[in-house]
Design a protein around this ligand. Sequence first.
Ligand SMILES: [Zn+2]
Length: 173
Amino acid sequence: MEQKKIQCKIPFQTIQEGTHEFTFIIKKSFIEQYEIEEVLDANVTVTVVFQKKTRLHHVNYSIKGTITVPCDRCLDDCVVEIEMQDSLIVTTASDNQDSTDADDIYYIKPNETEINISNHIYESIILALPLQRIHSEGMCNKEIEKHILSNEHTKQKNNNESIWDSLQNIFDN
Ligand SMILES: [Zn+2]
């Protein structure tokens, strides 16, 4: 995968064995790098607890904050609160190791000095977003909602008319 500019990295090589905490602030520009999701704004704090051990290392992270997306109904800004936790096991890749990372295992390549968990964090943020992004009841843009409602009404009216018309035809015959 190509290198993104804004990344969440743990300086694996320079830290001592033990537990370390890191905080990353995720803004819109981080999510935009992936060019997949349309976000209008983002303000998410990622707290990473990294346990460096002799062979297997543990990454636990929690994600908390808000993502602003266009509302599916009225297209206005809709602020969605997200909160989730996830973890990863980090281990050293052997020479003949297939370098593809499994979902929850991260293989450190021999020349890597940092653990880049950006893709994992990105995926967790996207997973934390609800499939339907709609304002809570009554919070949609009033003008647009009025428009949607009147459209639905017209459609219904037309349907009723056409049913009535066909009934009328039957009676007429
Ligand atoms: Zn809305």
